[in-house]
Ligand binder design. Structure first.
Ligand code: ZN
Length: 408
């Protein structure tokens, strides 16, 4: 399957023909089999953006014309100009099948009600909607625009499952007491796997929290957690190849229990916009051993975005990991945290400035600083601020704020 896909890239994708030739691979035969994939160059998100600017509308990496696509999604454009993501009928069917596997791992079953709060529209999250239909659930699509309406629907229709981003799920739980849910499925941003955050969300809803993770350019809902709650299982076995790499060196990292690195994806049969060694920027810990649910599919938990990673005197620090440590002090803190580096860029000098919202009761900055130092081996300067004084978003919360940084 992989060799056919490489042949297809040479034949139909000007971008990959050029990229592979430049790397010394003049033909599909020269690329060889999957065991040699680590010799090939990575594909970066920036390259896809440049490719679409250079060869609009779908880009030189696309292997089809727009009229051959069954659907064309757009990315949210949160980090630059919007990107188009085309899918053929076969691609869509693949996405639907993968998303169905990811969501059904949580135990969602036909005959249940599921309330979702995806502002799908043009975004790839919309692909999950097809999967919900195929699960046989009663789907209640709500969006995030009007939280009072979401709360009313939760109370009146009494669904078993709520689907939301982790921060929106928390937002709902802070606005109203909701009882009767069986599970809360969180997706769309990292955070749902952080133990302190998850515990708080589970307590507030009186329901189990399971995580789903996808990546727009690869597949919308690629990983899904089971009731074992020990990482998200991979659901793309037949159509996507996964690698783990060291984000600094780009070298492969061996997949074994507890290994950490960035996920890299290769489509094995994507037709419209096939990607080769696409860097996800998702930094994860992996497990390969059998899960409590008896399944042996690869599992991951997202630690943070490689893009957010800071290096403080040689130590890799993820702002989401700082949030996790601070979150353990709830309710003495609210859980809202922002890292405000003093300078731009990945490398930072200690102490790293961290702003934390106070909650109920006494908390000292020394206590927090010490806990972060013990857990993450990084020296911080913790500043405490009033509850609800840090900016909150209904969709995605930002963990690093460079507004107080100097250039460089
Ligand atoms: Zn499992």
């Amino acid at each position: 399957m992989y060799r056919e896909q490489i042949a297809r890239l040479f034949e139909r994708s000007a971008f990959y023909r050029r990229k592979l030739s430049a790397a010394g691979f003049a033909s599909a035969a020269a690329v060889g089999g999957l065991e040699r994939i680590a010799e090939l160059p990575f594909t970066e998100k920036d390259e896809l953006r440049a490719s679409q600017a250079e060869a609009p509308p779908l880009g030189a990496h696309a292997a089809i014309e727009p009229r051959e696509a069954a659907r064309i999604y757009s990315t949210s454009g949160s980090t630059g100009a919007p990107c188009y993501i085309p899918l053929t009928r076969n691609d869509l069917e693949d996405w639907r099948r993968i998303a169905r596997a990811s969501y059904s791992r949580s135990g969602v079953r036909a005959g249940e009600l599921m309330l979702t709060t995806y502002n799908a529209g043009p975004f790839v999250a919309g692909a999950a909607l097809d999967a919900f239909d195929s699960l046989g659930v009663t789907h209640i699509p709500m969006g995030t625009g009007n939280t009072d309406k979401v709360i009313e629907a939760l109370r009146r229709l009494k669904p078993q499952t709520l689907v939301a981003t982790p921060s929106y799920a928390m937002h709902i739980s802070e606005k109203a007491e909701i009882r009767g849910l069986k599970r809360v499925l969180v997706a769309g941003e990292p955070g749902g796997g952080e133990p302190a955050f998850r515990k708080r969300l589970e307590e507030r809803f009186g329901a189990r929290v399971y995580e789903v993770m996808g990546i727009g350019d690869v597949a919308a809902s690629l990983w899904g957690e089971c009731p074992g709650q020990s990482g998200m299982h991979f659901s793309g076995e037949d159509s996507i190849h996964v690698e783990l790499i060291d984000p600094d060196s780009g070298k492969p990292v061996e997949m074994k229990d507890g290994a950490q690195g960035e996920l890299v994806y290769t489509h094995l049969r994507r037709e419209a916009a096939p990607l080769l060694r696409f860097r996800s920027r998702d930094h994860v810990v992996v497990w390969v051993s059998e899960c409590k649910c008896r399944n042996t599919a690869l599992r991951v938990r997202c630690i943070g975005r490689t893009d957010d990673m800071l290096i403080v005197r040689g130590v890799n620090v993820f702002p989401s990991a700082i949030r996790e440590v601070v979150g353990r002090f709830q309710p003495r803190v609210t859980g809202a945290v922002v890292v405000r580096p003093r300078r731009r860029g990945v490398r930072q000098d200690p102490p790293l400035p961290v702003v934390v919202e106070r909650g109920e009761g006494d908390i000292s900055h020394e206590e927090l600083r010490e806990a972060i130092r013990t857990a993450l081996l990084v020296t911080t300067e913790v500043r405490l601020v009033a509850p609800r004084s840090l900016p909150r978003s209904e969709y995605k919360s930002k963990l690093v704020d460079y507004s107080e940084a100097e250039g460089g």
